[in-house]
Design a protein around this ligand. Structure first.
Ligand code: NAD
Ligand code: UDP
Length: 324
């Protein structure tokens, strides 16, 4: 019989967090989801509210909170560039104070704690694909810095609590992940293209579309996070989690048009400042230490994602900020 844990998931009502909560509730754990609903809404976890082993707390992680748990997944943070740049100071506070407050809980309870870090710690990388040993090329004063440097500072705090207080910490660096329950107005490329395609609106490619990303399906990603939490004590990380299949943004746009049968036209808009030109994870460490690699191809994952987007009521979603 597997051990039942009391688990805190910050950002648990979000795209990845709600799926993580779902998996943990299914496994029988006692799950506390903490979220301020900045980039999500209660409906993402509405189906869990009737479960006796699920609690939802509306709380902003920039403020401290007292909870008794033995595992923590720290996901609270806006993840889409438009939304994290809307209030960059708040974004930095969410990463840094959120890390301090969750690490504080972990220290008091001697809980194991996992940080949802990001491929953005590599900035606009000169090394390709990106291994964990690469230290990155982040512009510390650019518009993406609130997120990139916030996440880098959070990694620093995690490692310092590990070294100083012997906390059992885990760091995963997540590469672009997509799937059902992405916010339809989150402004990320997959949700934007699908929304535009389903409405036969112009597909907005920023720049010439030659920049690359490697897209991971959410179920694969959540499986990787669960494995990281359950990995042996010396598996601290950071470990990359992502799908190494790399695509240009133009290829993605064409695939979305094909899968939706859309009449949309492709238009080009200005490339945002500091937009990384290419990104692909080296997942050697995830394979070796977690026995993990993604199973879902982009085509298969997009088919499932498009099918979900076809079922939603668009008027039930409010855009978190005007930037989508
Ligand atoms: P998301 O925006 O759907 O989820 C983030 C959640 O955090 C939302 O529910 C939001 O309301 C909540 N939140 C934001 N600020 C908060 C605060 N101050 N207090 C409490 N809750 C707050 O995004 P996601 O894609 O599910 O991302 C989850 C985590 O994974 C984030 O930390 C993100 O940086 C990281 N990540 C995601 C990706 C990806 O491609 N999806 C890539 C790299 C890293
Ligand atoms: N992008 C785009 N059109 C959009 C949204 C994004 O061309 O409507 C591009 C963006 O410039 C970037 C890539 O798609 O090169 C991925 O953007 P996203 O915001 O999803 O995530 P990022 O990896 O940049 O954090």
């Amino acid at each position: 019989m597997p051990q039942i844990h009391r688990i805190l998931v910050t950002g648990g009502a979000g795209f990845l967090g709600s799926h993580l909560c779902e998996r943990l509730v299914e496994q029988g754990h006692d799950v506390i989801c903490v979220d301020n609903f900045f980039t999500s809404q209660k409906s993402n976890v509405a189906h869990l509210l009737s479960q006796p082993n699920f609690d939802l707390v509306r709380h902003d992680i920039t403020q401290s909170i007292v909870l008794d748990v033995d595992q923590i997944y720290n996901l609270a943070c806006p993840a889409a560039p438009g939304h994290y740049q809307y209030n960059p100071i708040k974004t930095m506070k969410t990463s840094v104070l959120g890390a301090i407050h969750t690490l504080g809980i972990a220290k008091r309870c001697r809980a194991k704690i996992l940080q949802a870090s990001t491929s953005e710690v590599y900035g606009d990388p000169e090394v390709h694909p990106q291994p964990e040993s690469y230290r990155g090329a982040v512009n510390p004063v650019g518009p993406r810095a609130c997120y990139d440097e916030g996440k880098r500072a959070a990694e620093t705090l995690f490692m310092d609590y590990h070294r100083m207080h012997r906390l059992d910490v885990r760091i995963v660096r997540i590469f672009n992940t997509y799937g059902p329950r992405m916010h339809p107005y989150d402004g990320r490329v997959v949700s934007n293209f699908i929304r535009q395609a389903l409405h036969n609106e112009d597909i907005t490619i920023f720049g010439d579309g030659s920049q690359t990303r490697s897209f991971c399906y959410r179920d694969d990603l959540v499986e990787g996070m669960l494995r990281m939490m359950d990995a042996p004590d010396d598996c601290v990380g950071p470990i990359n989690l992502g799908n190494p299949d790399e695509f240009t943004i133009l290829e993605l746009a064409k695939l979305v048009i094909e899968l939706t049968g859309s009449r949309s036209q492709i238009v080009h808009k200005e490339l945002p400042t500091d937009d990384p030109t290419r990104r692909r994870p080296d997942i050697t460490l995830a394979k070796k230490h977690l026995g993990w690699s993604p199973r879902t191809s982009l085509r298969e994952g997009l088919e499932k994602t498009v099918a979900w987007f076809r079922t939603i009521r668009w008027d039930e979603y409010r855009a978190p900020t005007p930037n989508y």
